[in-house]
Design a protein around this ligand. Structure first.
Ligand code: SAH
Length: 213
């Protein structure tokens, strides 16, 4: 708890994240329980860490930054693509009414699901599926967050975004992207705005990068 408090103060708030709800969610989410045992002592530093299957848990600053940019309210239904460890999912679950999260690697989803349950997150549904086609069953979503880097935004996700909704996605090259915000007006028009440089693992799938054979 002491290390987590320090992380929020020195690595997140000091770098310009001021949204109190986001900071509170970061204080409450035990990141050390989302990494492997031997990495626990690194859980409150500001780095991504390996979680198996060639994937990573995102660095805490980026999780906080994306959560802030997404402006998640307590009434919102959120779709997340790329559950990974479930850490960002947990932060979203503290901010939103419901979170639906898709992960393409079964082993990662199978670890994240009991973890969410043990931590008492009962407003989260995780499923193994190609998130580039979205999750039509619970659409539309007030907020959509993609936590893997895409060549461009998958069209089905824009389709599943509610009027007045916001979608945040890293768009660009395989190893370097820009954080892009899409907003859908109440009348359904889409506006796009580019933000800062980020580096995420690739979004693989039908409307993403093509997986290697
Ligand atoms: N937010 C996660 C970060 C995970 S890294 C965390 O903090 O732990 C990105 C994740 O996206 C990886 O787990 C990867 O397997 C997953 N991913 C990549 N392409 C995907 C797709 N098409 N659908 C769902 N998940 C995908």
């Amino acid at each position: 708890a002491v290390q987590r408090e320090r992380m929020v103060r020195d690595l997140i708030a000091a770098r310009g994240i001021h949204d109190e709800r986001v900071l509170a969610a970061m204080r409450r989410t035990p990141r050390h329980l989302f990494v492997k045992d031997h990495l626990r002592n690194q859980a409150y530093g500001d780095h991504a860490l390996p979680i198996g299957s060639s994937q990573t848990i995102s660095q805490p600053y980026i999780v906080a930054r994306m959560s802030e940019l997404l402006e998640v309210g307590p009434e919102h239904s959120v779709l997340e693509i790329g559950t990974g460890s479930g850490y960002q999912t947990a932060v979203l679950a503290l901010l939103a009414r419901r979170v639906y999260s898709l992960e393409r690697v079964p082993e990662l989803a199978q670890a994240a699901i009991p973890r969410m349950r043990q931590l008492g997150f009962d407003n989260v549904k995780v499923q193994v599926f190609d998130g580039t086609v979205g999750w039509s069953e619970w659409a539309p979503y007030d907020r959509i967050l993609v936590t893997a880097g895409a060549p461009k935004v998958p069209e089905p996700l824009l389709g599943q975004l509610a009027p007045g909704g916001t979608l945040l996605i890293p768009e660009g090259q395989l190893n370097l992207q820009k954080l892009v915000i899409y907003r859908k007006s109440p009348r359904g028009e889409i506006r796009r705005k580019e933000g800062e440089d980020v580096a995420f693992v690739p979004l693989l799938g039908r409307h993403g990068w093509k997986p290697e054979k």
